[in-house]
Design a protein around this ligand. Structure first.
Ligand SMILES: [Zn+2]
Length: 230
């Protein structure tokens, strides 16, 4: 087995899974099971993105075996410094609850290069993880999904309010360019629902999408910043 696969993470969703839900909604067909399936897949992905964040911040490594135990899933965290880098010394780790053995390097290799970094978008992932499981209304579930996938990473340091990149690649299969085109396609479908911005505001909390979404998606914000040196 590829050592990168020893510790599995939740998959990214396929564009078609999202497109189908949006198309059905635009046509007035509200398939709750379909919305739930998409929401669950996004929820599991967000949970894992936040798990990697926790590990990198020294909050411990989640035992994959306990977490994925179908009969009794639990979260067991093994203490670790949170320092991950190429060529680090290998440390053997054993889960005190189930005995599953892995190393810090295997853990690192499992998430490296797999779009599992929360970057500057942690609040968007946290918002979805916090609100989606408790939501019962299908329309609001769909709005939470829409709000999540159209969110952005923000610069953590010098310009905390400056949106830098779509969260799309963290959640959706494909390359950034294709995902941007796909999200623009969805905004066309979205118009059919009407009143979305107001509804998002009605749901409380901040919206993680900037006003000029398209400029940011296409990287214009970053280009401008480079040119102006801001
Ligand atoms: Zn375990």
């Amino acid at each position: 087995m590829n050592p990168r696969d020893k510790i599995p993470w939740a998959r990214r969703v396929k564009k078609n899974e999202i497109r189908r839900v949006y198309q059905h909604d635009a046509a007035g067909v509200r398939d709750v099971a379909e919305i739930d399936a998409l929401g669950l897949a996004l929820y599991l992905r967000c949970v894992d993105i936040l798990c990697v964040k926790k590990a990198r911040e020294g909050g411990g490594l989640r035992c994959p075996s306990c977490y994925l135990d179908e009969s009794s899933p639990t979260e067991t965290y093994i203490p670790y410094s949170g320092r991950f880098y190429r060529g680090m010394d290998e440390i053997a780790l054993t889960c005190p609850a189930c005995g599953f053995a892995f190393t810090n390097v295997e853990f690192y290799m499992s998430f490296r290069g797999r779009q599992l970094h929360s970057g500057g978008a942690a609040p968007a992932f946290e918002h979805f993880v916090h609100h989606f499981p408790a939501e019962r209304d299908a329309v609001k579930k769909l709005l939470l999904i829409d709000r999540l996938i159209t969110s952005f990473h923000y610069s953590l340091r010098s310009k905390p309010d400056w949106p830098t990149r779509s969260v799309g690649p963290n959640l959706i299969e494909g390359r950034l360019k294709d995902i941007i085109a796909f999200l623009d396609e969805l905004s066309g479908t979205e118009k059919g629902r009407g009143g979305d911005e107001q509804q998002k505001t009605d749901m409380g909390g901040e919206n993680f999408a900037p006003k000029n979404k398209k400029a940011v998606r296409t990287g214009r914000a970053r280009t401008t910043r480079r040119r102006t040196g801001r």
